[in-house]
Design a protein around this ligand. Structure first.
Ligand code: CO
Length: 134
């Protein structure tokens, strides 16, 4: 069921400053910032060849990363995203195994235009896990 690591997400308080760290200090190529109002974030992606880094900045009221940034004001690692072939089959299998799916339990369309789901960090070793259907 578990596919490749699609991206590692880092929540940041200032997307422009965070982008500058990756662009200017690390010499990375970045995508243009993309606002995702349905997810309450603006994102920038960095392709590292074998996976991607996703920089996340809060967008709008009640952003799902606002509380995380209150606890981690300088930013921090927020979630891992794994690819799956069939997100509904993956969700049903995980729910049957006792895992909690966040939100209403149905996939939303993510930053790559593909269905995504988030799994409760308490069920995955303290790590928020995103699944993306590829
Ligand atoms: Co993500």
């Amino acid at each position: 069921m578990l596919g490749r690591l699609n991206h590692v997400a880092i929540a940041v308080p200032d997307l422009a400053a965070a982008s500058a760290v990756y662009r200017d200090m690390l010499g990375a190529k970045l995508t243009e910032p993309q606002a995702l109002p349905e997810h309450g974030v603006t994102v920038v992606f960095i392709d590292t060849g074998n996976t991607k880094i996703e920089l996340l900045e809060p967008l709008g009221e009640g952003s799902p990363i606002a509380a995380f940034l209150e606890k981690n004001p300088a930013g921090g690692m927020h979630h891992l995203c794994y690819e799956v072939e069939d997100i509904i089959a993956a969700r049903d299998r995980l729910k049957a195994a006792g895992a909690r799916v966040l939100g209403d339990g149905n996939p939303k369309i993510g930053a790559h235009g593909k269905p995504v789901l988030f799994l409760h960090p308490k069920d995955f070793l303290g790590t928020l896990v995103e699944l993306e259907q590829v």
